[in-house]
Design a protein around this ligand. Structure first.
Ligand SMILES: *[C@@H]1O[C@H](CO)[C@@H](O)[C@H](O)[C@H]1NC(C)=O
Ligand SMILES: *[C@@H]1O[C@H](CO)[C@@H](O)[C@H](O)[C@H]1NC(C)=O
Length: 153
């Protein structure tokens, strides 16, 4: 009983970082910056997206389709947003990877819900490594969930 309580707690801690990956940042092979935002849109709300980053007190809007707001001129024509399956948006930004400030907070907003992540420049991962990590973590998540189910966590 105690052992299973302990296991459930430990597994819960392991699962938290995976579950909270609603925003992720990586660098593509062609050096484009990629920000994935997987916030689930609320039903009955107009979907809109907004991608920005901030460093210190300076916040820059990179791409948005919120009516009435506009990205900074330097990012226009440099960034692109596509829809992700089953929901969410992916923003790619060309030509800024080398000029990203050392300590940057990346933010995305979907239909008013905000996520952000702070990534230091040295910690930016190549996207190929990130997707490998996600794949390998999913391969143990499924047996883990089955295990959790059987131990009645
Ligand atoms: C923003 O883009 C998405 C996907 O293309 C679209 O569904 C949505 O209606 C757009 N929102 C606004 C406010 O234009
Ligand atoms: C980076 O910025 C965040 C948010 O502004 C701050 O909390 C954090 O301490 C900073 N990290 C470093 C290493 O400067």
């Amino acid at each position: 009983m105690l052992t299973s309580l302990f296991l459930c707690g430990a597994l819960g801690v392991l699962l938290v970082p995976v579950r909270s990956q609603l925003i992720s940042v990586c660098v593509e092979e062609d050096e484009d910056l990629r920000v994935d935002c997987r916030i689930k849109p609320k039903p009955n709300k107009i979907t809109s997206y907004e991608f920005s980053w901030s460093s210190g007190t300076k916040e820059s809007l990179i791409n948005t389709n919120v009516s009435g707001s506009a990205a900074e001129v330097q990012f226009r024509d440099k960034s692109e947003v596509v829809e992700l399956d089953p929901y969410g948006y992916r923003m790619t930004l060309k030509g800024f990877t080398n000029t990203i400030p050392h300590n940057t907070t990346y933010m995305c907003k979907i239909s008013g819900q905000v996520q952000n992540i702070n990534v230091e420049k040295e910690q930016l991962q190549p996207c190929s490594a990130v997707s490998l990590f996600l794949k390998s973590s999913w391969s143990w998540i499924v047996p883990l969930l089955i295990f959790l189910y059987h131990t009645h966590c």
